[in-house]
Design a binder for this molecule. Structure first.
Ligand SMILES: Nc1ncnc2c1ncn2[C@@H]1O[C@H](COP(=O)(O)OP(=O)(O)OP(=O)(O)O)[C@@H](O)[C@H]1O
Length: 299
């Protein structure tokens, strides 16, 4: 391997997928962590002395998020009170195993962990629902319920922010997906780094500009414990197409991921465009999509 591009004197051991720089392990850690610190400070993601729930699935993104937030909190004295929040959807062979990883993270990173389950919140598990109605649309509805469960958890924990592990690839994929669907309402919201959950607790995405490949590399070189199995139920097929398209484009030019995010950020919806309104359900107070999922639940 050639020398590290920072001229630190060490030999490089990797090529950064995002920039093409060849770096040694220590310089990669520094570049990776500094970029997340820059994202956090530039967007003013957190106010000092705030309580932050990290939405922890046990997967690579939220594991790296928990690790890096703890590290940056200490290094730069953000003065954040960090806690882990996990949702147990009740999917045997998937979430039960990944929650064991989250418990390991809780011990390793010395952060409290709160687990909320669909069974306690809604009275059923995803295993039971799929046994009843099959796999059609289960991924979409499960996502809606997870959002609501995370919101409820954030309220219960009295946190000021809910941080999720969405990475640059996830955001670019969502921008692409909303373009392909012509979903203007979501298109204008999906690239925001801070979104309001509806309860006044902002959701933040500190890994918004972090490439998935680099997250995997970081977790590997830091020897972080994470869970990497796909959900046992049907994946979200439409997102799968957007993912394949993005990965193919990334092979040609890795900057396509940042370009799509920046395009999403710069898009301005024409005032005369026909926008669907986000209505609130008059029974539960949550947005209509959640109410639709609830109606699906009682069918
Ligand atoms: N069961 C869950 N409990 C808590 N947070 C979750 C859960 N599932 C997803 N999230 C949050 O939403 C983010 C994006 O969800 P996604 O489905 O991409 O996660 P994943 O692939 O299971 O795991 P990860 O993104 O952590 O690698 C996660 O990074 C995490 O912050």
């Amino acid at each position: 391997m050639p020398p590290c591009s920072t001229k630190c004197g060490k030999n490089a051991i990797l090529k950064r997928p995002k920039t093409g720089d060849v770096l040694c392990k220590e310089c990669f850690f520094e570049a990776f962590e500094n970029e997340i610190h820059f994202t956090i400070t530039r967007a003013k993601l957190f106010k000092p002395n705030s309580k932050v729930a990290i939405a922890a699935s046990g997967g690579k993104d939220s594991t790296v998020l928990a690790y890096v937030l703890k590290l940056l909190n200490q290094k730069y004295d953000y003065k954040l009170d960090l806690t882990l929040l996990s949702i147990d959807e009740g999917i045997t062979g998937y979430r039960d195993d990944s929650l064991e990883t989250v418990k390991q993270n809780r011990d390793d990173y010395e952060m409290p962990l709160k687990i909320m389950s669909y069974k306690d919140l809604y009275g059923w598990t995803m295993d039971e629902i799929v046994a009843e109605i099959g796999r059609k649309n289960n991924c979409t509805f499960c996502g809606v319920f997870r959002r609501q469960a995370l919101d409820r958890g954030a309220v219960l924990l009295k946190v000021d922010y809910l941080a999720t592990g969405h990475n640059a690839d996830d955001i670019a994929e969502t921008v692409l997906m909303n373009i392909l669907r012509g979903d203007l309402a979501r298109l204008s919201r999906c690239s925001a780094i801070i979104t309001d959950s509806g309860d006044g607790i902002p959701r933040v995405k500190p890994l918004k500009y972090t490439y998935e490949k680099e997250i995997v590399m970081y977790a590997y070189f830091r020897k972080l414990v994470y869970f990497s199995t796909e959900c046992v139920f049907a994946p979200n097929a439409y997102r799968g197409h957007a993912r394949v398209l993005l990965k193919d484009l990334e092979k040609i030019d890795p900057s396509v991921i940042m370009n799509i995010i920046q395009s999403g950020e710069s898009l301005k919806i024409n005032e005369s465009a026909n926008m669907p309104t986000l209505r609130k359900c008059n029974r539960c107070g949550f947005e209509q999509r959640i109410a639709q999922a609830r109606d699906w639940q009682v069918k």
